[in-house]
Write a protein that binds this ligand. Structure first.
Ligand code: PDD
Length: 285
């Protein structure tokens, strides 16, 4: 049973309780982060904490902790965790109050940190890639906020499960936005394309790493809107997230992407990502 952090206390998960009047429970009124930890070293922790701040600003909730305090709390959770690798989930809600949509006068935010098992994608998954489906993006217009109000993402992700696939790629106004729980890249005519950050997608931490590695590795790349026709004509499609790292999408809506196997640019990027990750794990990031 993992040790979790809840509102000032470290305690076993089964003893952690929140009031039913918590606005996270009633309204999904909160934000979260998932920070991958390798060999007990948080990966891009500062960037995740900066994005947490942006999400809190986006929902007008004061950050209950300084960066140093967050680092201390996460550090303790990582120390107490059983395995060396973790996906550290942290959540801040607007806390308990009477059920009224408007913010309560007194805010006592709920802070929860949970270490989750993290296993990198299997070699088979990396070698074969995943199948995905597309759907119309029916989420709100602040997808840049990492909000715990995830009902549309939950339904869109389940749509792929029901189709026997691993992810749903979301299209809005004729362009690719992102995945239900990931960012998406496309390779077209040898050039890596990424949708530009906007209110229509989460600014992924892994997305940033992949673009940095593309820059360093001399990959031809371009950040610009990706029309649906280009997604369908792509020779490679990739998915990125903190838990999935970089994976190739090899089947889209039942059709092969390119030749139906992870492409050459993917293999280069996957190798670059693993090198970078191992550098971070050894502490010479
Ligand atoms: N999800 N877009 C969405 C909608 C996401 O939910 C995620 C990650 C990403 C990728 O962001 P990052 O590279 O920072 O993990 C993009 C996390 C892992 C989750 O909800 O579990």
């Amino acid at each position: 049973m993992p040790t979790v952090y809840l509102n000032g206390q470290f305690l076993p998960l089964e003893e952690a309780r929140v009031p039913v009047m918590d606005r996270g429970f009633l309204f999904g009124d909160g934000v979260y982060e998932v920070i991958p930890v390798y060999s007990r070293r948080p990966f891009r922790q500062r960037e995740h904490l900066d994005r947490l701040q942006a999400s809190l600003d986006g929902i007008r909730l004061e950050n209950p902790h300084s960066v140093q305090e967050w680092e201390g709390l996460i550090g303790r959770i990582v120390e107490l965790a059983e395995s060396e690798d973790q996906g550290v989930y942290l959540q801040v809600t607007r806390g308990p109050g009477p059920r009224d949509h408007a913010f309560p006068k007194t805010i006592l935010p709920t802070v929860f940190i949970l270490p989750m098992p993290l296993s990198p994608p299997s070699p088979e998954l990396v070698a074969h890639g995943i199948a995905a489906v597309t759907a119309r993006d029916n989420r709100w217009l602040r997808c840049d906020i990492k909000s715990t109000s995830l009902l549309p993402n939950v339904l869109l992700r389940q749509y792929s499960v029901d189709a026997g696939c691993a992810e749903t790629l979301l299209l809005r106004d004729g362009c690719l936005a992102e995945g239900a729980a990931s960012n998406i890249f496309v390779v077209l005519d040898g050039c890596l394309l990424a949708p530009p950050k906007s209110n229509l997608m989460l600014p992924g931490i892994t997305y940033d790493v992949v673009l940095e590695l593309a820059q360093q590795g001399g990959f031809p790349h371009c950040v610009r809107p990706i029309p649906e026709a280009e997604l369908r004509a792509a020779s490679e499609v990739w998915l990125t997230s903190s838990t999935k790292e970089v994976l190739a999408v090899t089947t889209l809506d039942g059709q092969h992407v390119g030749c139906g196997r992870p492409g050459p640019l993917f293999r280069r990027m996957h190798a670059a990502y693993q090198d970078y990750k191992h550098k971070v794990m050894r502490g010479n990031d």
